[in-house]
Design a protein around this ligand. Structure first.
Ligand code: AVJ
Length: 336
């Protein structure tokens, strides 16, 4: 058994439920997504497959880039507004969907002023959930940690029921919601709403619509880190599915679609290519200039957010932003 698992399994205040194993469901889902996505007339792979360990490291580097404002802006909003957010809700519990690292949870939990009774990190990465538990359990005395290793698109019903008679805050931060197409986005909000009692609250991080030049710079950084991150999905398919993509033969493309109000990232074939995906017994042709869509990243206006919330049975209750209104963290509750 690995030392991290031993530590977390021994601790009286930690419980971890594992619903996805590294390499069981995860791999099959990649295979299914690739089989669907590469046989369509317009090729597409969902962005969740960027994040193997190399991809996660590249994303961390993106967050440090001067052009990439979302992460540091959201952190600044939370630093300034966590006390107001927590005050407005009065929770004893934080459920964090797609929790990842602990920086944002800490800002929120600190604002609980010692009143945090339980933290529920939900993430597909078992390592991240266990590391978060170990890091936080001794820092917040009297707080229990109930980690859920799962995909928040599939396993939200595994989130434990609320602490009886108390309020909870359910958070989905990082702008992750923007990665989902509009219909899926609403059904995800609906699933999150199902975790809320009448007085509970949902906390959502969303990037905002702004000057397209600012947005496009964030996805076309001068150092080419985002381009490497984008091509990483080809490395993932090569390794996990025995594909023979030549990542250097694809150009990074990222632009803001003004009508849809989202960024699209694509990989553009420099020349005609035939790619084999050995494990799927699949052969795929690319024409010169043909593009594979790898990500959408929606940017929101307050109006669009309110419409999405309404469609999910939620209503906007709090709006927290930075002075330049680059990014918003919003509170919502079940519509009354
Ligand atoms: C982690 C989904 C918020 O959409 O901005 C960063 C991922 N893609 N650069 C985003 C990403 C390209 C990021 N999210």
């Amino acid at each position: 058994m690995n030392p991290l698992a031993e530590l977390t399994d021994r601790h009286p205040d930690i419980r971890i439920d594992v619903h996805v194993g590294d390499g069981d469901g995860a791999e099959r889902r990649l295979a299914d997504d690739v089989l669907d996505g590469l046989t369509r007339p317009f090729k597409e792979i969902p962005p969740k497959h960027f994040y193997d360990s190399r991809g996660s490291k590249l994303f961390e580097r993106i967050c440090e880039l001067p052009e990439y404002y979302p992460t540091r802006t959201e952190m600044a909003i939370l630093e300034a507004s966590a006390p107001a957010i927590v005050d407005a809700v009065g929770p004893v519990e934080l459920v964090e969907l797609g929790s990842g690292a602990t920086a944002k949870a800490r800002l929120l939990l600190d604002a609980f002023n010692g009143g945090a009774r339980r933290y529920v990190p939900v993430d597909v990465s078992e390592r991240m959930v266990r590391e978060a538990a170990v890091a936080l359990v001794d820092e917040y005395e009297g707080m229990e940690i109930h980690g859920v290793v799962g995909d928040f698109q599939r396993h939200l019903d595994r989130v434990p029921p609320p602490v009886a008679g108390e309020r909870r805050l359910v958070a989905l931060l990082g702008g992750t919601i923007g990665n989902f197409p509009p219909g899926t986005r609403r059904s995800l909000l609906r699933d999150a709403a199902a975790l809320l009692g009448p007085d509970d609250a949902f906390l959502l991080g969303t990037d905002l619509v702004k000057d397209p030049a600012i947005i496009e710079a964030a996805y076309n950084d001068a150092q080419g880190v985002t381009a490497e991150f984008n091509r990483n999905v080809l490395h993932v398919m090569n390794r996990e599915l025995g594909a023979d993509f030549d990542p250097d033969a694809f150009d990074h493309v990222a632009f803001f679609d003004r009508r849809r109000e989202w960024v699209e990232m694509r990989l553009r074939a420099q020349r005609p290519m035939t790619v084999r995906v050995a494990d799927l017994d699949l052969q795929v042709e690319f024409a010169a200039g043909e593009e594979l869509r790898t990500e959408i990243s929606a940017k929101f206006t307050r109006e669009r957010l309110e419409r999405d919330y309404a469609a999910a049975g939620l209503e906007l209750r709090g709006w927290y932003t930075d002075p330049q209104e680059l990014f918003a963290v919003t509170l919502a509750g079940r519509a009354r």
